[in-house]
Ligand binder design. Structure first.
Ligand SMILES: C[S@@+](CC[C@H](N)C(=O)[O-])C[C@H]1O[C@@H](n2cnc3c(N)ncnc32)[C@H](O)[C@@H]1O
Length: 192
């Protein structure tokens, strides 16, 4: 019966996603950042796969693409950064090849809040991503809602995810049950 436990890492959507992704991403693996934004998740994925791995990052905004390339360069990472909708990711990434696909929904931090992820393209991207994902691979979706991006995407996304075939996929949603102010939350999809 030891001493006190020390909780140094806060339990929030970002830390839970990163800790979970680390279980699925490995050196030499293939990972996709479906929403590159400022490049922090792409950099995290580059760290997970190492020099022998491969990271693809998608965003529709030139500002996000430039930010991501600059952040990766400043940290000495290489990734394929693509200015296109994640709905088209199957045109760039081979089927059954990815260990991890990350989505971080919402708008570009410190960017234009009128441009944010929308259910129609997010759904297409999830469908493409599930083809790209290896069996045993992980898709993470960090759901941001409220504020300038509203509730429409979340309200359409959650019923859609509930329709995914439970023989093929496990869908796990993390709920911050007593948190107020619309906390972002992670959804994980594991391909059986
Ligand atoms: C919350 S930010 C992502 C944050 C990012 N992962 C990071 O580490 O900085 C969401 C991003 O999704 C992008 N986005 C919106 N619709 C998109 C689409 N259809 N395809 C790809 N990216 C999209 C936005 O431009 C924005 O940069």
């Amino acid at each position: 019966m030891g001493g006190e436990k020390c909780y140094n890492t806060p339990m929030n959507a970002l830390t839970i996603v990163h800790e979970t992704v680390k279980r699925f991403a490995h050196a030499g693996g293939v990972c996709v950042d479906a929403t590159a934004g400022r490049g922090y998740d792409a950099a995290f994925l580059c760290e997970c796969v190492g020099e022998s791995g491969k990271v693809y990052a998608f965003d529709i905004q030139r500002e996000a693409i430039d930010s991501t390339k600059a952040l990766l360069a400043s940290r000495g990472f290489k990734a394929t950064v693509i200015e296109d909708s994640h709905a088209n990711m199957a045109q760039y990434v081979a089927e059954d090849s990815a260990d991890v696909i990350m989505f971080n929904l919402g708008y570009l931090p410190k960017g234009d809040h009128r441009i944010f992820t929308r259910f129609d393209s997010t759904r297409q991207a999830i469908e493409s991503g599930l083809k790209i994902l290896k069996r045993g691979g992980l898709m993470s979706i960090c759901v941001y809602y409220g504020g300038d991006s509203g509730y429409e995407e979340r309200d359409a996304l959650m019923p859609y995810l509930a329709t995914l075939d439970d023989e093929l996929y496990q869908v796990i949603t993390v709920s911050f049950t007593n948190w107020k102010k619309d906390p972002p939350y992670p959804v994980f999809i594991i391909k059986n």
